[in-house]
Unconditional design. Structure first.
Length: 367
């Protein structure tokens, strides 16, 4: 059985090459070929000694994920569906903008958190992705887009771990993937331009701060525990006060001086002016000092199983005004790729559920 070199960050590749009797600089050369040039054929890696190339051809491979489909939106957004085996498939989305190109990456086949407004959560959970399966989404997208756009320049400037899955529940595979993305011999992303989004796995937020601090986005979606318990079930384990404590601790290590709070706007559920005022009080006064933050308001992208509707445009604007008037930087996310089901909360892929999610979701909706 050969080893897939996409499963390694550069330190992991150095350790692997040392097992082959090679010096560390050979691993760095190999890492550059794979990630900077997108090369998978060892024979083409011309500055590697031929004995090493021959050795690698016998013992290793560079193998991305098979592509099931590619869809391109009228706004230029591209969504790929990747086969991860066992009847499971995950999605990645490229979002082009004038000043940046953002790739939304999946970390799990499905998701065990089960947020009510998220299409992935309604599919249940099958398994964690490997490091190689996470990084191969970027590896494929970056080098495909260079050819697609006829450029030798880097296309993807930002990566957000906001695809399928809860990244911090796949921590051991996530961190090497993040390190490969940050590595100057790989993709050279800035820590400020690499974002991990979490529903609030408090112990892992603390570990990420110590191991690989990048930009942090927290799926808040409610100002009170009673409401968040229903929308984001992990809140029952890590309530809002504990989550905000972890956010405060994270800021000491973060590349940005604020936390981004994601807030999905749900008609008649969490979008009242009173909810907005409660949010202001929450982030301004938590632990007596508040939390430096910005809010990203996300218009809900409806899907039938949710039983939820999107807030009206006027209500979203009124909600945003309450936050802005309180001095909180607030943006309303522009919906991208909704015509190909690539917008926030719409990623579903294909998941062989092992968690009886349909039963659990139905019970919560009744409650």
């Amino acid at each position: 059985m050969t080893v897939n070199l996409l499963d390694f960050d550069r330190q992991g590749l150095i350790a692997y090459c040392e097992q082959l009797g090679e010096k560390s600089f050979r691993a760095t050369q190999l890492f550059r070929w794979i990630h900077q040039k997108g090369e998978s054929d060892f024979a083409q890696m011309s500055d590697l000694a031929k004995p090493l190339r021959d050795k690698l051809a016998l013992k290793a491979r560079v193998q991305g994920l098979p592509i099931i489909s590619q869809k391109e939106s009228s706004d230029g957004t591209i969504k790929w569906l990747f086969d991860v085996g066992g009847g499971n498939a995950v999605e990645a989305v490229f979002i082009p903008e004038e000043t940046r190109g953002t790739l939304c990456v999946s970390s799990q086949a499905g998701c065990a958190v089960g947020c009510r407004f998220c299409s992935t959560g309604h599919q249940g959970f099958s398994r964690n992705l490997t490091t190689g399966e996470i990084i191969s989404q970027l590896w494929f997208a970056e080098h495909f887009l260079r050819k697609h756009l006829s450029t030798s320049e880097r296309v993807i400037s930002n990566v957000v771990m906001m695809g399928m899955g809860e990244p911090l529940q796949n921590y051991t595979a996530l961190v090497p993937a993040l390190r490969a993305m940050l590595d100057d011999h790989g993709y050279g992303l800035s820590r400020r331009r690499l974002t991990v989004s979490t529903s609030g796995v408090v112990p892992m937020i603390d570990r990420l701060a110590a191991d690989c601090p990048v930009a942090l986005a927290v799926s808040l979606h409610a100002p009170t525990d009673a409401l968040r318990d229903n929308l984001v079930p992990i809140n029952q384990k890590y309530p809002i006060a504990e989550l905000l404590d972890a956010c405060q601790r994270y800021l000491a290590f973060a590349p940005r001086d604020f936390i981004t709070f994601e807030y999905c706007m749900l008609d008649g559920v969490n979008d009242s002016i009173e909810h907005a005022k409660q949010l202001v009080d929450l982030v301004k006064n938590h632990a007596g000092k508040g939390i430096p933050c910005k809010f990203n308001l996300i218009p809900f992208n409806p899907f039938p199983a949710s039983g939820l509707l999107c807030s009206s445009k006027n209500q979203v604007q009124a909600f945003a005004k309450v936050l802005s008037d309180a001095g909180i930087v607030t943006t309303v996310r522009k919906t991208r790729g909704d015509d190909i089901d690539a917008a926030c909360g719409q990623l579903a892929g294909e998941v062989i559920d092992r968690t009886k999610v349909v039963i659990r979701m139905q019970q919560r909706m009744v409650e």
